[in-house]
Design a protein around this ligand. Structure first.
Ligand SMILES: NC(=O)c1ccc[n+]([C@@H]2O[C@H](COP(=O)([O-])OP(=O)(O)OC[C@H]3O[C@@H](n4cnc5c(N)ncnc54)[C@H](O)[C@@H]3O)[C@@H](O)[C@H]2O)c1
Length: 626
């Protein structure tokens, strides 16, 4: 495998652990050694990472060989790999900018930064000269200008960036766009340590929510004795760190906590702790019967090695991005490795998506999990209301159980939750009308909780003869949807966000409807079971499962006016109760058109096999949103 040439900005404790780790895993078989999240990333082991440039501003480091500089004061982290090969990397003097806090002068030489008397280099030039491919940014907290300076240099030299600092670059839309435009990948922001206070607090927050315990108050107090903690004594430098750590935990909760009820941050500098960081976490909640419960946890870790293994992964993912020509934030690795990624997802979903990216799929999280940042929706593309058909049996999916289909679990959420989230995130739907039938009470309760979690409203209807067909269920919603334009979706059809976005961009004629169709006939899963459509221009001519000669497949998602209900009433009067029966009548009147959504992912989840396919796609996310 070819080498991954990296540059290090900031030769502090984290850099020390990283450089030691590269040698440690070169001399000890990575696959057999503890401490790595991935011993192999698409053929790259840790030993493939080679440092070709390093930047600092401290007089004990600048001008020194890297393998000596990492052990110089004020670095104080554990030495777990003393013997290092001699390299020809000499630490370059960087522009100081806002890298150093004033209060450093008040502390002993051994504990604080001391600026070297040397001319700063041009960072972008050094990156180009050394052939660096990825830069890892280890600036002190609060170094907004310095981090931005390195980001500019990366764009200039077309070098990928791994931003370990809570200065928002990958998660800032303007910076993200600049990296995208330049075709330069970035993984950021603010490295999430292997088992550090953030991941433990996030996981416990989810545990409380998943077990139905209401979390009323929590804190995370951290102490340490390295320069990271010394630097953070200056409150004005702390803002972004506090924000990054707090949002990282908040993002995992069903409902964000009020400002005064959550306190997370570095709390004190205790010199004798050196690089040992101690986190104290307290969580106060209420369980069954509103009975209070408290959790107290003390986590003691060596701070810098705790993050270095994560960086070894992030560097290799950044290199994959470069090799695959992907510019901009790598969403999946950022969500897994960073505290403040562009999109927050549950950690287990982040891991699955990262593994899928490593395996060659998209780096984009096509499906955002609860609490992730939604796609930006233009006003004209918003559809306020959706009708979800959720009355059916699901007997082919669960032949031996009575679990209703909307509650079928797939990739960490239920089908109901995927459909609601996808419509909310893609076309901004806020009001959901759900048809009930089989196991109505269970389905109703579940949708109510999905709606609460997603901050949308839900109303229910049930037709007396829902078993006669999905047209009968749809008709039951006529009153609630009078004079509305709405998306109609089956609860057992899953799709990516691009599908409804494309559907609602097409014009909808008065009294008519549009059906999202897929023209890639050869790629349709379970084509025998698909509902087929013949079309004439944009107009639907015929819709039927049995058509021998057909043009496109029905994806189960429609954009409708209340004209649909008139057509369903006519069909019902003729003794026909399927949704297709209503569509056929609209088609006869020239009021049913198609929208071509070929290329968007969708799946009719009718069988265990389809469920496995959906699981694989949603976990791995093979296509991007919109
Ligand atoms: N587990 C972890 O250690 C962890 C986790 C998350 C985030 N981080 C973040 O990673 C960053 C690095 O942490 P650290 O413990 O290595 O810090 P550190 O204080 O040990 O190292 C910072 C280094 O940056 C150098 N520096 C300052 N200004 C510079 C400039 N303009 N150009 C080049 N170098 C400059 C300093 O001389 C020092 O060597 C911090 O922002 C920290 O909050 C660390």
């Amino acid at each position: 495998m070819s080498k991954i040439k990296i540059a290090i900005a900031g030769v502090g404790n984290c850099a020390s652990s990283l450089v030691q780790g590269l040698e440690y895993y070169r001399t000890n078989n990575a696959a057999d050694s503890a401490g790595l999240m991935h011993s192999d990333i698409a053929g790259h082991g840790p030993a493939d990472i080679e440092v070709v440039a390093a930047f600092d501003i401290d007089r004990r480091k600048v001008g020194k060989p890297l393998e000596q500089a990492i052990f110089a004061h004020p670095n104080c982290t554990t030495v777990f790999q003393q013997a290092l090969p001699v390299s020809d990397v000499i630490v370059s003097m960087a522009p100081v900018l806002d890298g150093i806090a004033d209060h450093m002068d008040d502390y002993d030489d051994d504990r604080a930064f001391r600026i070297a008397d040397a001319e700063p280099v041009n960072v972008a030039e050094v990156l180009k000269e050394t052939g660096a491919e990825v830069l890892v940014c280890y600036m002190p907290v609060g170094s907004e200008e310095a981090v931005q300076h390195y980001a500019e240099a990366c764009l200039d030299a077309r070098v990928a960036m791994v931003n370990c600092v809570p200065v928002f670059i990958a998660s800032d839309p303007d910076w993200a766009e600049r990296f995208r435009e330049a075709g330069v990948p970035i993984v950021g922001d603010d490295i999430k340590s292997q088992v550090g206070a953030t991941i433990v607090h996030r996981t416990l927050g989810r545990l409380f929510n998943d077990r139905g315990v209401s979390l009323d108050r929590t804190y995370q107090l951290n102490t340490g004795g390295n320069t990271d903690f010394l630097n953070m004594l200056e409150k004005s430098r702390l803002k972004s760190k506090k924000k990054s750590k707090t949002q990282s935990v908040q993002s995992q909760l069903d409902e964000a906590m009020e400002g005064d009820d959550i306190h997370i941050g570095p709390s004190d500098y205790v010199p004798w702790q050196n690089d040992n960081k101690v986190a104290f976490i307290r969580m106060e909640g209420r369980g069954f019967g509103d009975v209070p419960m408290h959790l107290e946890l003390r986590l003691s870790v060596e701070d810098s090695p705790n993050s270095a293994g994560v960086v070894i992964d992030a560097l290799r993912c950044a290199k994959l991005g470069l090799d695959r020509g992907i510019g901009g934030p790598l969403e999946a690795p950022s969500s897994y490795y960073m505290k403040s990624p562009p999109v927050q997802v549950r950690d287990h979903a982040a891991r699955i998506s990262t593994d899928a990216f490593i395996a060659g799929k998209s780096p984009t999280l096509a499906f955002a999990q609860p609490n992730s940042r939604p796609v930006k929706i233009e006003d004209g593309d918003r559809v306020e209301t959706a009708l979800i058909l959720a009355a059916g049996y699901g007997s082919r999916l669960f032949p031996n159980a009575s679990l209703p289909k909307p509650l079928a679990p797939v990739a960490g959420a239920t089908m109901a939750e995927w459909v609601v989230q996808t419509l909310k995130d893609s076309v901004g739907t806020k009001r959901f009308v759900v048809t009930l039938g089989h196991e109505a009470d269970m389905v109703r309760a579940h949708f109510e909780s999905v709606a609460r979690r997603n901050d949308v409203t839900v109303e229910f209807v049930q037709s007396d003869n829902w078993e006669a067909g999905n047209g009968a269920s749809t008709l039951a919603a006529a009153e609630l949807l009078a004079n509305e334009r709405f998306v109609l979706t089956m609860c057992d059809h899953l799709y990516d966000a691009s599908l409804p976005m494309r559907l609602v961009q097409d014009d909808l004629q008065s009294g008519g409807m549009r059906l999202a169709v897929d023209m890639a006939k050869q790629a349709i899963f379970d084509v025998d079971d698909a509902t087929k459509v013949t079309i004439d221009g944009e107009n639907i001519r015929e819709i039927n499962k049995e058509l021998a000669d057909w043009d496109a497949a029905d994806t189960g998602v429609m954009y409708c006016t209340d004209g649909l209900f008139d057509a369903l009433r006519q069909a019902s009067a003729d003794g026909e109760h399927g949704l297709s029966d209503g569509l056929r009548r609209l088609a006869r009147d020239g009021k049913a058109q198609v929208s071509d959504v070929t290329g968007s992912w969708w799946l009719d989840v009718d069988t265990p096999e389809a469920l496995r396919m959906a699981e694989e796609f949603l976990a791995g996310s093979a296509r991007s949103v919109g």
